[in-house]
Design a protein around this ligand. Structure first.
Ligand SMILES: Nc1ncnc2c1ncn2[C@@H]1O[C@H](COP(=O)(O)OP(=O)(O)OP(=O)(O)O)[C@@H](O)[C@H]1O
Length: 607
């Protein structure tokens, strides 16, 4: 049977058989502009590999390569119930995840479409929308108010730097978002505040990226998974890198983290080629970029992801109208409206199998109020194929580059997102492009690197990561946790299944005595975990907020294991939380208060 690609080539001949010479000429022009040869894909991949290296280096590069503090593969045996949200560019998903073990999990999910206006709304509107959606979900699934706050894994699909598993400082908005007052800030307390205002009983215990979530969720059920990929509003990839190959982590790691071990990296490779040295940009790509809220950023993403493909079609059609070729004498007011098409437009066009392209006709009529000729519809169909094919072919350069970087010759790459899962032919075109890059000489069913669909996995990923972190703590290894919460240390009835987290909240009026309590608290937790150990210096930053004063006080009364050390250490809290003692397994607090919040820096090292 002919492959999809061979089939579409045949269709092209059929499609263009009777079109006018003028339209044929236009088709050929755009075929030249939007086609990407195998050689070009190979060149892009080679450059991509060097940019991945650069992103991991101390100096960094265009691709952020953000360490995700997820340090192991799931075994598939993790169990428990977790709540998770996934904030994407288009949708908010709220998920209740039941991890069943044996590589199985079940989810109950609600999907909330984010209002179009949210992209440029106020920060409070965004967090309010999410908190309201969570409130609905909790009311629906927990008719009896939960006795304790529900632990929540937050999948946040924007580049956020993390020094801990439950923080995420937004580096910059992508995917057309531009909400003031969020960049440069930790998003977890913002969401937590909106939840508190609405009295939603939820505690945000971990923050991950959707690519990392997809990676981990798929690895839970398929041990061959090596990458998590997103082809949605934006594009991105995550994979596990050897710690020793992440130079920028030098000096930031607790001593017990093995250099031969792995850490998940959220690449944020939508930023690939922001310098414009290798990608074959057309003038339409330049225009999309120039008119986007963030010109000069996310170059790769703007050529291939769901937010932009419909816009590329619009720009070409508008230019043809203005040149007098298309939609003659018609009112094109709507066509002049940026982003009037999303990627469903080329997707519908490519799916249309009617003889006279009635679906394209309806699409253009309904969304633009424009009547089309048959030739115009054939052109739109071909243009959609070109733009969709280019997106699929360029997309896999990221996969090929990650495989080359890690020396992976055979693996599964889990892909989520509407563009991968719903765009006609995207899967086949992506597979063929991988073959073109690696020169595989075998049938598609035998391709060694396989992109597998992983719909809506990132919520489950957030849950599994919470379970992995819990396991890590139980195994007495370093965990990167902030706002550690001593929730169940003294209560056998506490069945909290989220992170078995360790410590506390103080508000910004922190007093020296409470700071001491905090340290005692961590030491106490170490003792309760039946281990020898204390708080050790790691250079990490921990935000301390309000709600667990009572917990702190409880623990303050219990044990004075490390009191003497504390006295030596915290002499001048709170104005300058600092110590000179950096020895292994010694409590160290440092960093001065930051804005209205105070930061304590310590990691729990239980050896
Ligand atoms: N039929 C379709 N085929 C392909 N893509 C589509 C289709 N309909 C909508 N899209 C595109 O899918 C994108 C949304 O992708 P998705 O549903 O994966 O959302 P998301 O999870 O919010 O995205 P992301 O994970 O990138 O933030 C939109 O940009 C839209 O243009």
């Amino acid at each position: 049977m002919a492959s999809f690609v061979e089939q579409t080539a045949l269709n092209r001949e059929k499609l263009l058989k009777d079109v006018s010479p003028e339209v044929l000429q236009l088709v050929e022009k755009y075929e030249g502009l939007f086609s990407v040869s195998s050689e070009k894909l190979k060149d892009i991949t080679t450059h991509f590999v060097s940019e991945l290296h650069k992103g991991l280096s101390k100096t960094g590069g265009s691709i952020p390569m953000i360490p995700g503090w997820v340090m192991e593969y799931p075994t598939g045996q993790e169990t428990g119930d977790y709540l998770a949200i996934d904030l994407g560019g288009t949708n908010l998903r709220v998920v209740l995840v039941h991890l069943l073990g044996n590589s199985k999990f079940e989810t109950v999910q609600d999907k909330f479409a984010l209002p179009d206006t949210i992209r440029t709304a106020k920060a409070d509107d965004l967090w309010g929308f999410i908190a309201d959606s969570l409130k609905d979900f909790v009311q629906k699934h927990y008719p009896e108010k939960p006795a304790k706050p529900l632990p929540l894994g937050f999948t946040f699909s924007y580049p956020a730097s993390q020094d801990a598993i439950n923080e995420g400082v937004l580096q910059r908005w992508t995917k057309g978002y531009d909400i003031a007052g969020v960049e440069g800030h930790d998003v977890v307390p913002m969401l937590q505040k909106a939840l508190a205002e609405r009295e939603v009983p939820i505690e945000v215990v971990s923050l991950i990226n959707d690519t990392t979530g997809t990676l981990v969720a798929s690895a839970y059920s398929d041990t061959e998974t090596q990458m998590g990929l997103i082809f949605g509003t934006g594009c991105n990839g995550a994979y596990y890198e050897y710690v020793k190959n992440i130079p920028k982590l030098e000096g930031r790691l607790p001593a017990d983290i093995d250099q031969e071990g792995l850490m998940a990296i959220n690449c944020e490779y939508g930023a690939f080629d922001n310098e414009h040295v290798i990608l074959p940009r057309t003038k339409y790509d330049v225009q999309v970029d120039a008119e986007s809220p963030r010109p000069g950023q996310q170059s790769f993403e703007k050529m291939i992801s769901g937010y932009y493909l419909g816009e590329l079609i619009r720009l070409v059609l508008l230019e043809l109208h203005d040149a007098g070729s298309f939609f003659k004498g018609q009112d094109v007011t709507k066509l002049r409206q940026p982003f009037i098409f999303d990627t469903s437009a080329p997707a519908i066009s490519e799916k249309d199998t009617t003889a006279d392209f009635a679906e394209i006709k309806a699409l253009v009529k309904d969304s633009l109020d424009i009547e089309t000729t048959l030739d115009e519809r054939k052109f739109i169909r071909r243009l959609s194929e070109l733009i969709g094919t280019r997106a699929a072919r360029l997309s896999v350069c990221g996969i090929a580059a990650l495989a080359k970087k890690r020396g992976l010759e055979k693996c599964h790459c889990a892909a989520d997102g509407s563009v991968y899962n719903r765009y006609p032919g995207f899967k086949e075109r992506a597979a063929q492009a991988l073959r073109d890059i690696f020169d595989w000489d075998c049938e598609p069913k035998d391709y060694p690197i396989v992109i597998v669909p992983a719909e809506d996995g990132s919520g489950a990923g957030a849950a599994i990561i919470a379970a992995l972190t819990e396991k890590r703590l139980a195994a007495a290894a370093s965990a990167q946790l902030s706002d550690l919460l001593l929730q169940r240390q003294d209560s056998s009835s506490d069945t909290r299944t989220g992170l078995d987290v360790l410590t506390a909240d103080l508000n910004h009026h922190i007093e020296a005595s409470l700071a001491l309590n905090f340290i005692v608290c961590v030491g106490r937790a170490a003792v309760q975990a039946n281990t020898r150990g204390a708080c050790s210096h790691s250079g990490r930053r921990y935000r301390v907020s309000t709600s667990a004063r009572s917990t702190l006080n409880r623990f303050f009364l219990l044990d004075t294991l490390i009191d003497s050390e504390i006295e030596n250490t915290v002499s001048d809290v709170p104005t300058r939380m600092h110590t000179t003692d950096n020895e292994h397994d010694r409590p160290t607090i440092f960093r001065p208060p930051h804005d209205s919040l105070h930061f304590l820096s310590l990691a729990v090292s239980l050896d």
